[in-house]
Write a protein of this length. Structure first.
Length: 134
C-alpha cells in the first residue's frame, strides 16, 4: 500500500465535461485532473455502461451495441471527508448513424457500485485552512 500525503478534504478542481464514446468502445478519465487530496474514488453504477476504478483511472465501457446517454458523477474521498463532482453525461454513439442527443434518453444512476459511502448528501464543502497530517 502506498502512502498518500493528504493535506485536507478532497477538492474538486476542474469540472468534468461530457464523455463521448463510440459504440463498442470505451473511455477512460484520469481523476487526478479533476480532484486533489483524494485517496479513493467512487462512481454510481449506470444502466448499459460498466465502470471500473483502478487508482485514479476510471473506465466507462458501454454494453455491446448500446447507444444512448447516461448521467453520472464521481465521488472523491479521503480520511477527512468526501466531495462529489459535477454531473456529466456519458454519450455513446454509432459513428455510422451520426451523433444524436435525445433529451428523453437521459437516466440518473440509482444503484451503487463497489463501496459507495453512505453519506450521499454533500453538496458543498468549504475549506477554511488546509492542514498537513504527519
Amino acid at each position: 500500500e502506498t502512502e498518500v500525503d493528504v493535506i485536507g478534504i478532497p477538492i474538486h478542481i476542474k469540472s468534468i465535461s461530457n464523455v463521448f464514446i463510440e459504440k463498442n468502445s470505451y473511455a477512460e478519465l484520469n481523476l487526478e485532473e479533476y480532484f486533489s487530496n483524494a485517496q479513493e474514488f467512487y462512481v454510481l453504477q449506470l444502466n448499459d455502461i460498466s465502470t471500473t476504478v483502478n487508482g485514479a483511472i476510471i473506465r466507462f465501457a458501454p454494453d455491446r451495441d448500446f447507444t444512448g446517454i447516461r448521467k453520472t458523477n464521481i465521488i472523491a474521498s479521503n480520511v477527512f471527508g468526501e466531495i462529489e463532482s459535477n454531473s456529466f453525461n456519458i454519450i455513446v454513439y454509432d459513428s455510422e448513424e451520426g451523433l444524436e442527443i435525445p433529451d428523453e434518453n437521459v437516466t440518473i444512476p440509482e444503484i451503487p457500485i463497489n463501496t459507495i459511502p453512505k453519506k450521499m448528501t454533500i453538496t458543498k464543502l468549504f475549506i477554511i485552512k488546509p492542514f498537513k497530517t504527519k
